[in-house]
Write a protein that binds this ligand. Structure first.
Ligand SMILES: [Zn+2]
Length: 328
């Protein structure tokens, strides 16, 4: 296995490989971008390239003892720190452990690589401690900070690192990973991590509930209003599923908007395309956009423990032409 096995974000990989070949590799790197697009995998590949005992400069073999121990997390010069079990942040003691290794020579003659993932969960003291390491890194040390959002990191940390912004994978790249189901490939939205962890049975079940609600919300007349409120109650009942249901609803609304705009290639839920097309015919683009905006309001209201059913009832009213007419 070499860099050629990495799928997606090829420009980033090319730039990193070019730097590896110059032997003036930066001491601080930030890999920023959405979950599940290969940031951590790429960071481990860099660690392997810097320590591989077989491959030519700038590459790795994936088979030598050094490469294998980096994969299994047992290489003495490559250290990963992450949030420990039952903690919510990376603690200063973990960063100090890295700093204590800084002045030591690499035990196996390659480079010391410190991988911090997720770096946005360094607590403030830990971030400040890390700065010391980034300010005067020894020649043979490389820090790689992995984060979903570079802006979550201290400016002082960012300014000492080269930032690489990873982007979601294309549908084709998701398929290259061996994802064969079209619905999973589309639902992954460019994250191979999400594609591999998606529970299709559960998605179908939850989506059915959400789709029933959406269909009735856009079409219910006065006489169906009690039924609509009953669906709203079903939708809001289970607290643990509510976030996922709202995510599904926002994706469905996005699909309906794509259909209205005549961009069917962007539709995610292609297997229910006909139902989405009927919704597209029954509701205006403005109303869909207002629903989308209201979903943003729901996300922020949930943090303040607003009643879930009140939110979905209101959403139903935002969606429904008849009720909107009464209210205006
Ligand atoms: Zn190797």
């Amino acid at each position: 296995m070499t860099f050629d096995s990495f799928i997606g974000n090829l420009k980033i990989v090319d730039r990193l490989r070019a730097k590896l070949r110059t032997e003036r590799f930066p001491h601080g790197l930030i890999f920023s971008g959405p979950e599940g697009v290969g940031k951590h995998t790429c960071a481990r590949m860099i660690a392997k390239a810097l320590n591989c005992t077989k491959a030519a400069t700038g590459d790795f073999c994936g088979e030598c003892s050094s490469c294998r121990r980096i994969d299994s997390g047992t290489h003495p010069d490559v250290m990963t720190i992450t949030v420990e079990e039952e903690a919510s942040q990376i603690r200063i003691a973990q960063v100090r452990q890295i700093l204590s290794m800084l002045d030591l020579k690499p035990l196996e003659g390659g480079s010391k690589v410190f991988l911090i993932d997720p770096a946005d969960l360094l607590n403030p003291e830990a971030s400040n401690a890390l700065l010391k390491g980034l300010e005067e890194p020894p020649e043979d040390s490389v820090f790689i900070l992995v984060t979903v959002n570079v802006r979550e990191l201290l400016l002082t940390v960012r300014s000492r690192c080269q930032v690489y912004n990873f982007t979601p994978l294309t549908l084709e790249e998701i398929r290259q990973h061996g994802v064969s189901g079209e619905l999973i490939a589309r639902w992954s939205q460019g994250s191979i991590g999400r594609a591999l962890s998606l529970d299709l049975t559960r998605l179908h079940k939850e989506r059915e509930l959400v789709l029933d609600f959406l269909e009735m919300a856009v079409s219910a007349g006065e006489d169906q209003f009690q039924d609509l409120l009953a669906l709203s109650a079903d939708l809001s009942r289970a607290k643990q599923d509510f976030d996922d249901r709202m995510t599904i609803l926002s994706v469905l609304i996005g699909d309906v908007l794509y259909l209205k705009e005549n961009i069917p290639g962007k539709v995610i839920n292609i297997d229910v395309g006909e139902r989405l097309a009927r919704i597209a015919g029954a509701v205006s683009g403005d109303r869909l956009i207002r629903m989308s905006e209201f979903l943003g309001f729901i996300a922020s209201s949930l943090k303040n423990h607003v009643n879930r059913q009140m939110l979905t009832d209101t959403l139903a009213m935002v969606a429904n032409e008849t009720v909107s007419l009464w209210l205006s």
